[in-house]
Design a protein around this ligand. Structure first.
Ligand SMILES: N[C@@H](CCC(=O)N[C@@H](CS)C(=O)NCC(=O)O)C(=O)O
Length: 236
């Protein structure tokens, strides 16, 4: 079984939240726009009929089933491949946490695009500086507290305890991205969140993730993606 993952080539972006559990679980997939280019992605989106994904990332099965929305994709993959939970309450709580991560990702995007997604950062820099200050001071700790608490429910290093889930790979990516975008703020906060650090370390040590990070498939963060480092948004 293999999947086609469609996401904008050249950035980790939201696509990375889908790649990571696929890589961790050793599930075969093709990163179609990385292979065939951005035009292939826009053509694929245009030729779809019926109810379409609103935006990448989306995933397509060999049978042609097409699913969008990052949190929805990884929760569905988790059910199919056993990195969710067989326990109904726990499975629902994992989806809830994954949706919380989606909200957090959107807030990261808003730090550099507080006025309009369609405008450049330089056109909204003053608003971004004000918005990022609140994000650094209030929102990062509030979300981090929430996930530190979730990680305390079991005996770590993952939310479920010893077995990783789609929430852990997404928390790993959040921590990686925040460290890239807000290194000063994250350095100041790091000691306050030992469970998040342990989770991130444990995900990085999963065989599939370690191999992926060594591969040429892994893409670096940049100022084209969701997690962007603008020094004005993370003063010392
Ligand atoms: N909530 C969606 C958001 C998808 C999304 O915003 N994708 C971006 C790329 S990361 C995009 O292509 N957006 C185009 C648009 O919003 O017009 C998800 O989590 O998958």
């Amino acid at each position: 079984m293999s999947y086609d993952l469609w996401y904008w080539p050249g950035i980790p972006g939201r696509g990375e939240f889908v790649r990571l559990p696929l890589e961790a679980a050793g599930i075969a997939y093709r990163d179609r726009a990385m292979e065939d280019g951005i035009d292939a992605l826009t053509e694929d989106m245009e030729q779809r009929s019926g109810i379409k994904p609103y935006a990448p990332p989306y995933i397509v099965t060999e049978e042609g089933l097409c699913i969008g929305q990052t949190a929805h994709i990884v929760s569905w993959l988790a059910d199919r491949h056993g990195f969710g939970s067989e326990n109904e309450l726990e499975a629902l709580q994992l989806i809830q946490l994954q949706l919380d991560i989606s909200d957090w990702v959107e807030e990261v995007h808003t730090t550099h695009h507080p006025i309009a997604t369609s405008k450049y950062f330089d056109e909204q820099k003053d608003a971004a500086i004000a918005h990022a200050k609140d994000f650094r001071e209030n929102r990062i700790p509030k979300y981090a507290d929430h996930f530190e608490n979730a990680l305390s429910a079991n005996d770590g290093p993952f939310v479920r305890g010893a077995r990783w889930s789609h929430v852990d790979t997404s928390l790993f990516q959040m921590m990686e991205g925040l460290e890239y975008a807000f290194p000063n703020r994250m350095a100041a906060l790091r000691e306050d969140y030992p469970r998040l650090k342990a989770c991130r370390d444990a995900v990085s040590e999963l065989d599939g993730i370690a191999a992926y990070k060594r591969s040429d498939r892994a893409q670096a963060f940049s100022e084209d993606g969701i997690f962007r480092h603008y020094p004005e948004l993370d003063p010392e």
